[in-house]
Design a protein around this ligand. Structure first.
Ligand code: NDP
Length: 323
């Protein structure tokens, strides 16, 4: 533990900067903080403050002087986008996190939470993936650029702890879903893509849906409201240089997930699996024992979480992100 950390509630009247507060994760964290009584939340959209603009980021933090920062801004995308635009994923994420963390250091921000992703772990890491498998093997090549940027972020948090004794921390969420997700054909991850596909089939009266692969890979999904809850819990209770995995500790096959989504949206037709398309890695599950030891476990079950996500998706037609 760093000398400057005492476990316990954060000051509800302190200024909290949530970078990326309109995104899936950032908006959930913002909602959670507001519900928990934080009165001074600050955020800026990417058009108001491009976090790649170092001078503007420094000026923003100097103006608001946040005591706490949650770094949930990033260039995020599915496998296709990551594989096609590796330069953008590497360069933009390095710039965003470097600028925010350097400016936060200049302001001596007391608590900063950096968010990475489970793709930081080696492609052949043991399952469930423990935190200490970081940097023990080769990355999945389709998103290695993004992963390297995120690994650099973890290292930056550790370096700040070492050199400045500030109790900054990192959390690595599993696949997330929920209200505010990206449902666009280009930018979506697997779960929102499935929701969109099944919901469109219901609206179009289609009798068949075809998904990629065999449906047998196992994946873990955490509702973003649970994620936000875990983030606040870690900020109040966890202090250590090692990143903390955030997940449910349970996985399902893509086929099971697709069936649950079909049931939730009311699709009664047939699902085909296009086995000529790649499956990706057979299993990806985080070891969440460190998080459990820190006192937090997930609460929102998959079906319950999918219901609220589908409701949100249907209520926000016309306002959804387009890429
Ligand atoms: P989103 O795409 O939903 O949100 C990203 C946010 O980052 C947006 O609010 C966007 O702002 C902001 N942003 C991006 N580029 C810039 C920029 N140049 N300047 C200012 N703001 C910028 O992503 P998520 O919420 O899903 O992801 C947030 C974090 O959580 C990431 O670090 C990601 O790695 C992590 N994560 C997400 C997972 C998931 O399944 N979604 C899984 C694991 C980790 P604006 O809307 O104003 O353009």
């Amino acid at each position: 533990m760093s000398d400057s950390f005492t476990p316990g509630p954060l000051d509800r009247d302190a200024t909290v900067y949530v970078a990326g507060h309109r995104g899936l994760v950032g908006s959930a964290i913002w909602r959670r903080l507001a519900a928990e009584g934080f009165t001074r939340l600050v955020g800026a959209t990417s058009s108001e403050l491009d976090l790649k603009d170092r001078d503007k980021v420094f000026a923003f933090l100097a103006e608001h002087k946040p005591r706490y920062v949650v770094l949930a801004a990033a260039k995020v995308g599915g496998i296709m986008a990551n594989n096609t635009y590796p330069v953008d994923f590497l360069s933009e994420n390095l710039q965003i996190q470097l600028n925010v963390m350097d400016a936060a250091l200049e302001q001596r921000v007391q608590r900063l939470l950096f968010l990475g992703s489970s793709c930081i772990y080696p492609k052949l890491a043991p399952q469930p993936i423990p935190e200490d498998s970081l940097l023990t093997g080769h990355l999945e090549p389709t998103n290695d650029a993004y992963a390297i940027a995120k690994i650099a972020g973890i290292l930056q948090v550790q370096a700040v702890r070492r050199q400045y004794d500030l109790p900054w921390i990192s959390a690595m969420p599993t696949n997330l879903y929920g209200p505010g997700d990206n449902f666009s054909p280009q930018g979506s991850h697997v779960l929102p893509a499935l929701i969109r596909r099944y919901d469109e089939a219901v609206r179009d009266g289609a009798t068949e849906v075809t998904n990629w692969g065999t449906g047998s890979p196992r994946r873990e999904f955490l509702h973003v409201d649970d994620m936000a809850h875990a983030c606040l819990h870690l900020l109040e209770h966890y202090d250590g240089p090692e990143q903390v995995n955030v997940g449910t500790g349970k996985d399902s096959t893509i086929k099971e997930i697709a069936e649950t989504i079909a049931g939730v949206v009311g699709f009664e037709g047939t699902t085909n699996w296009d086995t000529s398309k790649p499956d990706g890695t057979p299993q990806k599950l985080l070891d969440v024992s460190k998080l459990a030891k820190a006192g937090w476990t997930a609460r929102i079950g998959l079906e319950e979480g999918l219901r609220s996500t589908v409701e949100w998706y249907r209520a926000h037609q016309g306002e959804l992100r387009e890429k």
